[in-house]
Design a protein around this ligand. Structure first.
Ligand code: HEC
Length: 170
């Protein structure tokens, strides 16, 4: 009994120590490189759902029954973007320091950037509604509107892909 008490006590101390450790870890700021990678993945998740819907809208595959789920999935990804915009794009994570296509205009015109994310949310919400109704024509029209919301933010705020320089041979 005595021993049990002792080891139980050690367990309690260990738990407390771990708890403190966890809090300490949570307080360490995330590495900017990792934040950039993470936000690129959020963007990739938007692109994946768009690509899946595109295949159906263009008639490449007949899976019209997938549209409602994909529209909802896109809504979840855009919620991640719009709800965490400042966390995903903190000041100091521009191309001057990191490997990113985020343009400095983001931090110069934050309100407009934010409006771009909100526009995507609004258009995606409409897409979800239409998907539930099942009108394919209306869905295709709204799908385009969502695509426009992506492009409307990319144009001012995302830099063009850098072409890899080819080595001259001779
Ligand atoms: C609020 C503005 C905004 C909206 C809305 C937006 N994007 Fe982006 N997107 C960006 C920015 C900024 C980058 C560059 C991020 C970086 O390189 O750090 C980006 C990057 C990307 C990338 C490249 C990710 C990578 O791996 O480098 C893809 C793909 C992408 N977006 C797809 C989409 C799609 C699809 C939509 C619409 C469903 C969308 N985005 C909506 C701002 C936006």
């Amino acid at each position: 009994m005595k021993y049990w008490n002792k080891s139980a006590l050690i367990g309690v101390f260990a738990a407390i120590a771990l708890g403190i450790g966890a809090v300490a870890v949570a307080n360490v700021p995330d590495h900017p490189e990792d934040v950039v990678k993470y936000r690129k993945s959020v963007q990739q998740s938007l692109a994946v759902h768009m690509r899946l819907m595109k295949a159906v809208v263009k008639g490449k595959v007949s899976f019209t029954g997938h549209l409602a789920d994909q529209a909802r999935a896109l809504q979840v990804s855009s919620k991640t973007l719009v709800d965490n915009l400042a966390v995903l794009f903190p000041a100091g994570t521009g191309a001057d320091k990191l490997k990113t296509r985020a343009r400095p205009e983001i931090w110069r015109d934050w309100k407009k950037f934010e409006a771009g994310a909100q526009k995507l949310s609004a258009e995606t919400a409409k897409l979800v509604k239409i998907a539930n109704g099942g009108d394919m024509k209306a869905f295709a029209v709204q799908y385009k509107a969502v695509g426009k919301a992506c492009a409307a933010c990319h144009k001012p705020f995302r830099a063009k892909k850098k072409r890899k320089k080819r080595k001259k041979r001779n």
